[in-house]
Design a protein around this ligand. Structure first.
Ligand code: URA
Length: 215
């Protein structure tokens, strides 16, 4: 009998700064500029949590007063992978924290007839298989495009992946846990659920439109 991998439980950030900034982000009255700034700030905080397991090694340094043993990152290098287009809104804050990370992009759309995720763009760094990856999309709604993106990242040889989103629906978390139980989800909140149009409720609306000022 084959053993089923138990999914990694999602990490929901409960820091007061996250609660405050997410509340501002949700508000319909928040401007495009404000939405972008809050997304950047929240992304930095999510990146902090998503990188909690990075490996460090001791290094001897000299302070102005004496020698001491510090710690520096020693594990695999990182790659951030944005699911187009709204994922790009998350990249800035993450790159503020880890400017040396490489960046990949995956574009998918849903075929109306088959409901299958069709890839229209994919560009990953050549050495992506040697990196740990953080895949970003602000909204984990049905989870179908996220799962399809993760299929592609794994097919490229990546072994360790964290998925970062601002908001998740329980349906999306369940789908991703089913398809990719080895991928940790880091999010600012898990909302009530999806409506009949696929929006997360209470949610924040269309993240791409709010980030880029489109409709
Ligand atoms: N994508 C969005 O931008 N918002 C939602 O609520 C769901 C998916």
């Amino acid at each position: 009998m084959s053993e089923k991998t138990l999914p990694i439980p999602p990490v929901v950030l409960d820091h007061p700064l996250v609660l405050h900034k997410l509340t501002r982000l949700r508000q319909a009255s928040t401007s495009t500029a404000g939405f972008r700034r809050l997304t950047r700030e929240l992304s930095l905080l999510m990146c902090y949590e998503a990188t909690r397991d990075l490996v460090t090694e001791p290094v001897e340094i000299q302070t102005p007063l004496e020698k001491m043993e510090g710690q520096e990152l020693s594990g695999k290098k990182l790659c951030f992978i944005s699911i187009l287009r709204a994922g790009n809104g998350i990249l800035d804050g993450m790159l503020d924290l880890i400017p040396a990370a490489r960046v990949g992009h995956i574009g998918l759309y849903r075929d109306h007839d088959t409901l299958e995720a069709i890839e229209y763009y994919m560009k990953l760094p050549d050495d992506v298989a040697d990196r740990d990856c953080i895949v970003v999309d602000p909204m984990l709604a049905t989870g179908h495009s996220a799962a399809a993106a993760l299929d592609r990242v794994k097919a490229a040889g990546v072994k360790k992946i964290v998925f970062v989103c601002l908001l998740a629906a329980p349906e999306g978390v369940a789908w991703l846990n089913e398809k990719h139980p080895d991928v940790k989800i880091v999010t600012c909140a898990i909302d009530r659920g999806l409506d009949e149009k696929g929006y997360i409720r209470p949610g924040l609306g269309d993240a791409g439109d709010r980030l880029f000022g489109t409709r």
